[in-house]
Design a protein. Structure first.
Length: 266
């Protein structure tokens, strides 16, 4: 009977290279801002400026209001989650290409590349989250501090989803360089198809099951339910969390399957 090519990744081996993985993440963070005038301050300014633009477009012009949540806090909460995924996918695409010359020179588990991109995006997201909390206090926005017990589950799901998307981005760029140019356009579209600055109630009820097949939509809504006391829990969130789990597991399996061929394909 032939042996299946599907294998679970060697997580123990990847753990042994955790120092290299962390160094790659910190290096990416430094390189991104080292030649800019404001430096790491852009980690704060990027989500803040994006939030103000979204407020102007969706909240002021469209007249969208959310009960119990100030427009600034509502849009900012969506941007905290969205910027994590909007940065991790391009980073994974370009990171795999940038590291490809090393594949034939030294050995290291390729899994640490998408993991390092996830960690790099987590640094900026952590800064955005702290800024979000400070802004809510400044705006006198009520926060649901008792729901912090749900935060660990949210973080686990958010990080696993980010890892899954980074793995699939790495797989796609190994198959064709065209994805490096095409996927960023889909990411820009994601600002409008995710509930970043508009409530899910604007989506027709008969479309919401399909809408929440996007895992980022469910994670944004889950994050808001954790943060805001009067925010309703949307049951379709579990669809997004299930899809996120599938993306992560399938990403690990497919990435492990092609990992041995990356030297020839990249």
């Amino acid at each position: 009977m032939p042996v299946s090519n599907w294998q679970w990744p060697h997580l123990t081996e990847a753990w042994q290279y955790r120092s290299l993985c962390l160094q790659l993440a910190l290096k990416d963070f430094r390189i991104r801002y080292q030649q800019s005038l404001l430096g790491p301050a852009w980690a704060v300014l990027n989500p803040l400026l994006s939030t103000l633009i979204l407020i102007a477009v969706f909240q002021r012009m469209a007249g969208v209001t959310i009960e119990g949540v100030k427009p600034y806090a509502f849009a900012f909460s969506g941007m905290v989650v969205w910027t994590f995924y909007a940065s991790i996918i391009p980073e994974a695409l370009n990171g795999m290409l940038a590291a490809s010359p090393l594949f034939r020179k030294i050995y290291f588990p390729k899994l640490i590349l998408p993991v390092s991109k996830m960690l790099n995006a987590s640094i900026e997201t952590g800064v955005s989250f702290v800024l979000f909390l400070m802004a809510c206090i400044w705006w006198q926005q009520d926060l649901q501090w008792t729901a912090i017990i749900h935060l660990p589950l949210f973080l686990v799901m958010a990080l696993l989803t980010g890892l899954g998307l980074a793995l699939w981005a790495s797989v796609l760029v190994a198959l064709s360089r065209d994805f490096v140019h095409g996927i960023p356009h889909l990411i820009r579209l994601g600002i409008f198809v995710c509930p970043i600055a508009y409530p899910v109630s604007l989506v027709p009820a008969h479309w919401q099951i399909i809408y929440f097949l996007n895992p980022v939509s469910g994670l944004i809504e889950y994050f808001r339910w954790i943060c805001f006391p009067l925010y309703d829990f949307v049951p379709y969130i579990w669809i997004s969390l299930t899809v996120a789990f599938v993306i992560t597991i399938s990403g690990l399996l497919v990435f492990t399957k092609i990992e041995g061929r990356l030297n020839d394909q990249m």
